[in-house]
Design a protein around this ligand. Structure first.
Ligand SMILES: Nc1ncnc2c1ncn2[C@@H]1O[C@H](COP(=O)(O)OP(=O)(O)OP(=O)(O)O)[C@@H](O)[C@H]1O
Length: 250
């Protein structure tokens, strides 16, 4: 098995003559937690959109499990096991926590709603749903409509619906954004348990979270890779410090 699950080579994206991402070579090791960081406007979101094929690259290739995906549509990529969380809300407000996870499991199984409404089918599904809900710590809110959950709990519910799709690799877009201070440590624990046997690539601004969670960090600046290494290595790199200080960022 190839040790890199995702490899982008010579990846560029041009918007009307301007390079948002330029000649990026990114390799993500299987079963690692990898962070993509950089000051505002560095190209992180564009990079994410390219990797999940929400955007087509101007040039370059993207291989997921050794298969070229840059010309595939996002639904195909997701069915191949590369799934993105936290960008498009996958949570239905009027449905309860349990119902939301059930629907995600049903989507994965590709079964019709009529099938799943049969009691026996639902019971099988519920066992897995309860497991996933426990994993993200939402068992107490099983029958609570998602709309009534706190922001932090909505986000972990979204994570549960993402894991229901059994992805091999998850792209997390700023998992800590908007969370209260008290939610950070529990969400970090959840990400750590979700990462077991999976690969995670995340864009995140909270450096403490990156330092604690991530095995490897890639720093982008002006659409290009400025540095890559462990958190300790990149955080000591003068070019990285200059990029952040120069941009008066964080
Ligand atoms: N659709 C677009 N059309 C034109 N320019 C774009 C488009 N999307 C992004 N850009 C530009 O590309 C650059 C990189 O943007 P991007 O959103 O990828 O950066 P980022 O690192 O995610 O920034 P932030 O941390 O602020 O979210 C920015 O200068 C942005 O203005």
């Amino acid at each position: 098995m190839e040790s890199y699950i995702l490899q982008a080579t010579g990846l560029s994206k041009q918007f009307r003559g301007f390079y948002a991402v330029k000649d990026v070579n990114l390799r993500v090791r299987r079963h690692s937690i990898h962070a993509l960081i950089g000051p505002n406007g560095a190209g992180k979101t564009t990079c994410f959109n390219l990797l999940t094929t929400f955007l087509r690259p101007t040039t370059g290739s993207i291989q997921f499990n050794d298969r070229e995906i840059s010309a595939s549509d996002p639904a195909t990529v997701s069915s191949m096991g590369l799934v993105r969380s936290f960008q498009i809300s996958a949570v239905f407000g009027q449905m309860t926590v349990l119902e939301n996870v059930r629907v995600a499991l049903q989507q994965k199984a590709g079964m019709t709603w009529a099938f799943w409404r049969r009691d026996r089918a639902l019971k099988v599904l519920d066992a897995r749903a309860l497991e996933l809900i426990a994993m993200v710590g939402l068992t107490r809110w099983l029958h609570t409509p998602a709309v009534e959950l706190s922001y932090g709990r909505k986000r972990v519910l979204e994570l549960a619906t993402t894991i229901a799709l059994e992805p091999e690799m998850i792209l997390l877009d700023e998992p800590m954004a908007g969370l209260g201070h008290e939610d950070i440590a529990p969400v970090m624990e959840i990400i750590r348990s979700v990462a077991k046997g999976r690969t995670i690539l995340m864009v995140e601004h909270n450096m403490k979270v990156i330092a604690e969670l991530c095995d490897r960090v890639t720093v982008l600046q002006s659409g290009q890779i400025l540095a890559e290494g462990s958190y300790d290595e990149v955080s000591r790199d003068p070019a990285v410090i200059e990029a952040y200080v120069g941009g008066a960022n964080d």
